[in-house]
Design a protein around this ligand. Structure first.
Ligand SMILES: C[S@@+](CC[C@H](N)C(=O)[O-])C[C@H]1O[C@@H](n2cnc3c(N)ncnc32)[C@H](O)[C@@H]1O
Length: 244
């Protein structure tokens, strides 16, 4: 039987430098594949968010564009995001198509106000609805609206908030998305710590992520995998799931 990983032998992942080779590759990719968007409204949103004192925890540019491309591949017209911050990834999702509507949920009132302001300045407020509240409560309200036919189901969901509630968010997302919808969850690798039950005992975010992965593995109506990433945002990864 496979032995559990000894993370002390992988300590380098904890200190992967922000200016190392993966960052150089991200810069190369951005320079060549993102050139038209390099000084873009997205970067203005990132800069405004950092200037307002928000933590540097938005997706990287390559990750956000990758997520937008996933949404575009699904022809997503209605996108749900849990965890807005300053509206950076929401702005990218809005560029999935001109008809795409994004609903994004944020618990922090100041962040909601800043995200709305950022999205307005970027000319995207018609496409992005920033909802304020605890994501579980807001998602339950949305579920009621869907059940009462007051709101259409989503085609695509991106979960990127507090990791302890990942499983609750995922289950609610399943209830308010269409068949064959795609649900992506961010930060499921966390410097490799996700592979360690010991780390989960010390850190609720790891525990929440492991609960999510192990529960999805038992869900018969969902097909999923997770992919590890490196780059500006260090060593982490996305879970990608599809309703069968
Ligand atoms: C990683 S940031 C989101 C980054 C954003 N998706 C991006 O890439 O631009 C996570 C956000 O989730 C919010 N959040 C945390 N717990 C929450 C909760 N229970 N309900 C709603 N939002 C929450 C935090 O305030 C934070 O702004």
């Amino acid at each position: 039987m496979a032995q559990p990983p000894n993370l002390s032998t992988h300590a380098a992942y904890d200190t992967l430098p922000r200016d190392g080779l993966p960052v150089a590759v991200d810069n190369y990719i951005k320079k060549n594949l993102h050139s038209s968007t390099y000084h873009s409204p997205f970067e203005t949103i990132r800069e405004a968010s950092l200037a307002a004192g928000l933590p540097d925890i938005a997706c990287s540019e390559t990750q956000a564009k990758f997520l937008m491309l996933q949404a575009r591949m699904c022809n997503a017209k209605r996108i749900l995001e849990v965890g807005t911050l300053g509206g950076y990834s929401a702005a990218w999702f809005a560029t999935t198509s001109p008809e795409t509507k994004v609903t994004t949920i944020e618990v922090d009132e100041d962040r909601v106000a800043l995200a709305r302001q950022n999205l307005k300045k970027a000319g995207l407020s018609q496409q992005v609805d920033v909802l304020h509240g605890w994501a579980i409560t807001v998602l339950q309200d949305i579920r009621e609206q869907v059940q009462n036919h007051e709101r259409e189901v989503f085609d695509f969901a991106f979960i990127d908030a507090n990791k302890q509630d990942n499983l609750a968010y995922f289950k609610l997302a399943l209830e308010i998305t269409r068949d064959r919808a795609v649900i992506i969850v961010d930060n499921v690798v966390r410097n490799g710590k996700v592979a360690s039950a010991e780390e989960a005992e010390k850190d609720n975010a790891i525990k929440g992520t492991r609960d999510l992965i192990e529960s999805i593995g038992r869900m018969e109506d969902v097909v999923a995998t997770a992919i590890q990433t490196v780059g500006e945002k260090n060593y982490d990864g996305f879970l990608i799931a599809m309703k069968k």
